[in-house]
Design a protein around this ligand. Structure first.
Ligand code: THU
Length: 133
């Protein structure tokens, strides 16, 4: 699958965003080494702290289905009715990405028409992980 197709899958997943409180809609698409794609969207809650981000929805869906070998994650977000030029993953999602994603893992950020690829290390330098325990 191409990076562009993964970005388009993230954009499509965004359509399911449940974000009545922030009206900020995010979609994510996670590509496994075996070529399968798990998508996710942000799911908000009236008790705000119960909200889950799109990236974690996708990763948790995949891991709960027994997948642990990942290749790339695409993220597309923005305010309702528009697509942000760049929607960066939050700190909690960066930590979850670092838990499951290998060094050569690609994180695609931007829009399907114009995006860049970033490493986990670039997004979360000096990360705390299993190696520290
Ligand atoms: N959000 C994500 O889904 N991913 C991120 O990494 C950034 C933030 C969601 C959470 C919340 O529903 C809304 O965007 C505003 O923070």
């Amino acid at each position: 699958m191409t990076d562009r197709a993964l970005m388009e899958a993230a954009q499509k997943a965004r359509e399911n965003s449940y974000s009545p409180y922030s009206r900020f809609r995010v979609g994510a698409a996670l590509l496994t080494k075996s070529g399968k794609v798990y998508t996710g969207c942000n799911i908000e809650n009236a008790a705000f702290s119960a909200t889950v981000c799109a990236e974690r929805t996708a990763i948790f869906k995949a891991v709960s289905e027994g997948e642990r070998a990942f290749e790339a994650l695409a993220i597309v977000g923005g305010k309702e009715g528009e697509t942000a030029a760049f929607c960066a993953p939050c700190g909690v999602c960066r930590q979850v990405i670092a838990e499951f994603c290998p060094k050569d893992f690609k994180i695609l950020l931007g829009t399907p028409e114009n995006f860049g690829a970033y490493t986990c290390d670039a997004l979360l330098p000096f990360s705390f992980g299993g190696k520290d325990l």
